[in-house]
Design a protein around this ligand. Sequence first.
Ligand code: MLC
Ligand code: AMP
Length: 495
Amino acid sequence: MQELSLVARARLHPNRVALRSGSVEYTYAQLLERSGLLAGRLLKDAEDLREARVAFLLPAGFDYTATQWAVWRAGGVAVPLSHSATGPELEYTLTDSQTGCVIASRETAATVAGLCQRLKVPLLILDEVEGTPRRVLPTIGPERRAMILYTSGTTSKPKGVVTTHANIQAQVETLVEAWAWRSSDCIPLFLPLHHVHGIINVMSCALWAGATVETFPHFEMGVVLGRVAARAYTVFMAVPTIYVKMIQHLESLSGAERADVIAGFAGMRLMVSGSAALPASVHEQWTGLTGQKLLERYGMTEIGMALSNPYHGERRPGSVGRPLPGVEIRLISEGGETVTGENEPGEIQVKGPAVFGEYWNRPEATAESFDHGWFRTGDMAVVEGGYYRIMGRQSVDIIKSGGYKLSALEIEAALLEHPAIRECAVVGVADATWGEAVAVAAVLREGEKLDVDTLRGWCRDRLSAYKIPKRLAVVNGLPRNAMGKVTKPAVRGLF
Ligand code: MLC
Ligand code: AMP
């Protein structure tokens, strides 16, 4: 029987702890057992789910991972849902992915029950699933579709990035090799589990290596730092916003408490930052505080991780290092030429087994995002002294806030439904904590008034909390160029 590599590897260390939540531990044997039973339940009488989409809204932890593995082992495509998503956002994800079944816990069921009923999608409540007798599971080839992750882009609505088992394996193997993952590792997982940073870099790499993942429902500063002080972890991965927040928090702690946390960080073998630019000043502050040189890397939902500072060797602040093993990178200049020398900027394009094959049901968007087999990231970079430095994005409509990629167009479309707003333009403005903060310039209808708190309150049912504008400028007219097009750099200048 050919098995998925991640699953087959788990059989090598059945008694090791795979996951820990609070004081409860789960071994690899339990993960295999539970995911096998659930896979049987999902299959019912079928032999293979044949890439049917199965969405799940589950907190990070044993049930999340067992469900993800169950979907894969039954031949389905995993569609993890966001806990921050609003009703309309969940509806979009379920309908766009043509999901055939949703899995929730007793706690999360209320969020999706009404929607599932309306869309006539069966809802499975995990706590009520009965054990299904052991049964033969299908053979899943590496080229089969495995997962759809929704990512915002230059189109208003998020697109589903489809990765195969081969893509996921390549994404995991390159990191396990480059960052020397080992079975004695233990890592905290507090990042959202509907994005690659949490799913691939933290969870799947750790489980591939036979290591232990300690899960948290979200980033709980006090609890996580308490465990750091208790020397619970060997590896730590976070987005820059978390490092900024931890620096602020450490400064507020008493001497002894602070010394314990710092010693916990200092003793780790690896600390990684990614998903957004880590300002060199934050990198240096962190080294000053803990002695740890953060390893910054660059990646994307469509490609996994592509560039990384070295595990051994110079980790340069403000730089993302060199291509990871198995990843081909080229820079293409504005004129369409391949950049050959240093100090000349170009768009990062990526090739290799980790690169996704398609956006779900969007052949045109897929075709546009590739240039003769090279994936066009839309990120600009330059090589300096052998290391890549990210210069920013080609599109002003993509915002990175606290590691989340947001589409200005999607936010504008939602805001235009507000009865007081006649026109608006959304931009990302530089912010010391969030990297970029969402800001909106709005022209109001005759006689209307609007302040930022009222607008934020109105947005709550429509947009995930992290997409909601933090700043509002009410203006008489939006800045436009001679052609009448809104000029976003000038909009940024309003804040
Ligand atoms: C939370 N808020 C945000 C926000 N996160 N606002 C803007 N941007 C964000 N990222 C809102 C909250 O809803 C709340 O709003 C207010 O800000 C304060 O919240 P908080 O409690 O202080 O923040 P917290 O909940 O701790 O969240 C911060 C965070 C979280 C950094 C821990 O955003 C996070 O986990 N980010 C990681 C995202 C990620 O994993 N990205 C990887 C994508 S994959 P209010 O209105 O309620 O007060 C990828 C590829 C790659 O990028 O290379 O890895
Ligand atoms: P996502 O689409 O959510 O996977 O986000 C991917 C994007 O995050 C990339 O296209 C980059 O713009 C950005 N990104 C990831 N890592 C870094 C980094 N180290 N520095 C700058 N930007 C980054």
